[in-house]
Design a protein around this ligand. Structure first.
Ligand SMILES: *Cc1c(COP(=O)(O)O)cnc(C)c1O
Length: 492
């Protein structure tokens, strides 16, 4: 299986090289030259462990990895770092099945991919004769940075540097990052907002002289961005695993079609579901749920992508996004792999913030349904789920549940539906407690978490306990012009 760029300049790239590169040289995204199929009937996944499922799914995409290499990556990622042996349990609540993707170290779904990415990268480096140390450089608005650090922590041959906006993350998120363990992890607050941090990091990636200087020291820079196929491919596995769980518990018959509903930001998670479907997983509808930043809802309804609108800060910050990078892969596939067409649409997007797709492309996306939830619906959904089902969900998952209810009402489609549950409610305790009608003003976040634990009758996750008691290890704060110097200092 070889990979090609959605913009045409690169072809015949091995999986391991695509993982090392992240982005293609023309700015495009890597896509398999042919989408792989299951190596047996879907029923054969019934009863397999998460690790075995991941192996069978991932080996179809990462064909230049040996069995030993791939199993090593999988076993190093999905181990006791997760607080349940099932890794991604499926629970039935109200009218849906919640696929809990938040049992990893940072209690959000990014752990599913970021716990394995470091191992895939190190293996890819070895395979390609790269002996340099891989240094991951990331700007974060909160969640990705922590999940990336937790994933790369003490992985030999790697080091990670994270920049976050000093006043732009929640207190809990800041503590999560500043207490990060590992001899190879570095964190710095920057004086500025997330865009400043992101722009600063991009400038470092573009600074050839600086990169050559690092290269002399045996260092190459890389990113843990969600467009890397090393993040996308591991995500395909849990949809297959969810289906197998439905089969095992007798909720569905062999071959029965299900829907999936995914709270969407950068379009990585739902694209993984689409890839699972292309492999042969019986999925009927892919329900793409957005918050008030409803670019994708409008896109699926009208066939026009238009990011020229106000950016809204919501209670589901990981979905506050106006440009969903991974959508480019769907655009490319829908255009029958016309790289020229894809490149020209992406150019329109960067020039004017807008593009429209053809009727044929729109038809190709018929299995997607776009919907969005407003803030008051999200709050009501959290409250209702607690009242009806005794189940407390986080704001991102609540966006998905609210959109699913809308879809079901509108369409009358009664197929069993899996909702990707992307964060633990404990990660967003202030919002969740407010939705449940509790007093939150001027109350310490750890007190809110304890109270939530009582109300939900769910034990506080170990990840919370850890942040509460761990020592603060990172105190660096830097100004934007000093970003590069800070990186150099960290690497001394
Ligand atoms: C990143 C994230 C999302 C969005 O996922 P995409 O793959 O970017 O669409 C949703 N929920 C949570 C909690 C996240 O961290």
């Amino acid at each position: 299986m070889l990979y090609q760029s959605t913009r045409g300049a690169e072809k015949g790239v091995s999986a391991s090289l695509a993982i090392l590169k992240g982005l293609a040289s023309d700015g495009g995204l890597f896509v398999p030259e042919e989408l792989p199929k299951f190596d047996g009937p879907v029923e054969s996944f019934k009863g397999l462990s998460y690790q075995e499922t991941a192996y069978r799914v991932m080996k179809a995409f990462l064909t230049d990895f040996t069995e030993e290499e791939l199993r090593h990556c999988i076993d190093s990622a999905y181990d006791e770092k997760f607080d349940t042996k099932e890794i991604a349990p499926l629970v039935k609540k109200d009218n849906a099945y919640f696929l809990e993707l938040f049992h990893g170290r940072t209690i959000a779904f990014k752990d599913m991919a970021l716990s394995i990415l470091p191992h895939l990268m190190v293996t890819s480096a070895k395979k390609n004769g790269v002996e340099d140390k891989i240094v991951i450089l990331t700007a974060t608005s909160g969640d990705t940075g922590k999940a990336a650090m937790a994933g790369f922590q003490d992985v030999p041959g790697t080091e990670i540097i994270v920049f976050y906006p000093k006043d732009g993350v929640s207190r809990f998120q800041e503590l999560q990052m500043r207490t990060q363990k590992g001899a190879n992890t570095h964190v710095s607050a920057i004086v500025g907002n997330f865009d400043d941090a992101q722009t600063g990091v991009k400038q470092i990636f573009g600074d050839q002289a600086f990169k050559e200087e690092l290269k002399k020291q045996g260092i190459i820079l890389s990113s843990a961005n969600s467009i890397n196929i090393g993040r996308l491919v591991p995500q395909v596995a849990y949809y297959v695993y969810a289906y197998a769980q439905l089969l095992s518990s007798g909720e569905i018959q062999d071959g029965e079609e299900i829907n999936v509903c995914v709270p969407t930001g950068n379009f990585g998670n739902i694209l993984a579901a689409k890839l699972a479907k292309e492999m042969g997983l019986p999925i009927a509808k892919l329900i793409c749920a957005s918050n008030e930043n409803r670019v994708l809802t409008d896109f699926f309804k009208e066939g026009i992508y238009d990011k020229n609108r106000k950016f809204i800060l919501t209670s589901s910050p990981s979905m506050d996004i106006l440009v969903s990078s991974n959508l480019e892969r769907l655009i490319y596939l829908s255009a029958s792999r016309d790289a020229e067409k894809t490149a020209s649409l992406m150019k329109e997007l960067s020039d004017s913030g807008k593009y429209s797709i053809t009727e044929d492309m729109k038809n190709f996306m018929n299995d997607f349904y776009g919907g969005y939830a407003e803030e008051d619906q999200v709050f009501a959904c959290i409250r209702e789920m607690k009242e009806k089902a005794g189940y407390v969900i986080d704001p991102h998952t609540a966006v998905a549940k609210a959109v699913y209810d809308q879809y079901r009402k509108e369409s009358g489609d009664e197929r069993k539906t899996v909702i990707a549950s992307t964060a633990s409610p404990f990660k967003f305790a202030p919002v969740v407690m407010k939705a449940l009608g509790e007093e939150v003003e001027n109350i310490d976040v750890f007190d809110l978490i304890s109270k939530l634990s009582e109300i939900a009758s769910v034990k506080e996750p170990a990840a919370v306990q850890e942040v509460k008691t761990a020592e603060i290890r990172h105190n660096t704060v830097c100004e934007i012009p000093d970003l590069e110097k800070t990186v150099a200092d960290f690497l001394k």
